[in-house]
Design a protein around this ligand. Structure first.
Ligand code: HEC
Ligand code: HEC
Length: 249
């Protein structure tokens, strides 16, 4: 096990820390009401709807498979995926422990998705589709719906620019928690390939039951100050709302 931890990236496929927070959180029964309270912290950047920003600075997380959100949170806080903006908000003090990770992931999974996400320039979509079907479908699914058991992210309807950034970071190794098979497979992609395949992915519509109405606002956060953040939330020094006190069990 010590060996596997030391050189995980070279051998393992999207390594999961044995016995770590990912595995622990998956076994728990989530509490949606508590998940909502925890999510308040996340609204600062991902917005109450979980739709992020069209410019892709903040990803859409609404509707993401719970196992994926759990893995990303666990990876970010054990510094297996760098996310300096969000890192402080994943501390046990603000986020809580494994139960809270399970709770917030379940809440996020049920948020309806953005019907107006950021898409690419729209050139050569047929070629993008061809590339997707040849290179991505086995893992990310026919409609980009991901895979819960293998914690493969749903990518359908994600903001184009976020997809491109992650793709480049995965390919270069900057995103360390990537899937080693995927890293290998995408090495030979040209900039054109990357752009067209992500354009195609950003335009795959999630199924109707996962999509929100245009302009939907999340009624769980009626007091969220939208006027203060007309477009993209400020990147500098976001103000963390106080996490509500945990109800005594
Ligand atoms: C200060 C801003 C900020 C806050 C607060 C924040 N995030 Fe993030 N989050 C980001 C940014 C920026 C990224 C994208 C980082 C990158 O490009 O790799 C991100 C990425 C993520 C991802 C990875 C998405 C993916 O598709 O891989 C998840 C999951 C996530 N955030 C969940 C949360 C949750 C849950 C909370 C609340 C506990 C939260 N975030 C709070 C800024 C924030
Ligand atoms: C061998 C399986 C596999 C193949 C093939 C693969 N991926 Fe992935 N991909 C993954 C896994 C697993 C992750 C998540 C890794 C992690 O962080 O745990 C991922 C992550 C991603 C992400 C980041 C998503 C996010 O929410 O942050 C993007 C974007 C992506 N893949 C796009 C693609 C595209 C486009 C292709 C085809 C060109 C592709 N992948 C091929 C398995 C694969």
């Amino acid at each position: 096990m010590a060996l596997a931890l030391g050189c995980g990236a070279a051998t393992a496929v999207s390594p999961v820390e044995p016995g770590g927070e990912y595995e622990q959180a998956l076994k728990l029964t989530p509490n949606l009401e508590k998940g909502k309270n925890i999510y308040m912290v996340c609204t600062v950047c991902h917005r109450p709807e979980g739709w992020g920003s069209d410019d892709g600075h903040y990803p859409q997380i609404a509707g993401q498979l719970a196992s994926v959100t759990i893995k990303q949170l666990a990876d970010i806080r054990r510094r297996n995926r760098d996310n300096p903006t969000m890192f402080p908000f994943t501390s046990p003090r603000l986020l809580g422990g494994v139960q809270e990770i399970a709770d917030v992931a379940a809440y996020i999974e049920r948020l309806p998705m953005n019907p107006d996400n950021g898409v690419g320039p729209g050139y050569e979509l047929a070629y993008g589709e061809k590339l997707y079907k040849e290179e991505c479908v086995d893992c990310h699914g026919a409609r980009g719906e991901g895979n819960l058991a293998d914690h493969v992210p749903a990518v359908q309807g994600q903001h184009y620019r976020y997809l491109v950034r992650q793709f480049e970071w995965i390919r270069s190794g900057k995103r360390r928690n990537a899937d080693s098979k995927m890293v290998k497979q995408i090495q030979r992609f040209t900039p054109r390939d990357v752009s067209v395949v992500m354009d195609y992915v950003s335009r795959i519509k999630p199924p109707a039951e996962k999509l929100a109405e245009h302009g939907w606002t999340n009624p769980d956060f009626p007091k969220y100050a939208r006027q203060a953040m007309p477009y993209t939330p400020r990147l500098q020094k976001p103000v963390a709302p106080q996490r509500p006190p945990a109800p005594a069990n």
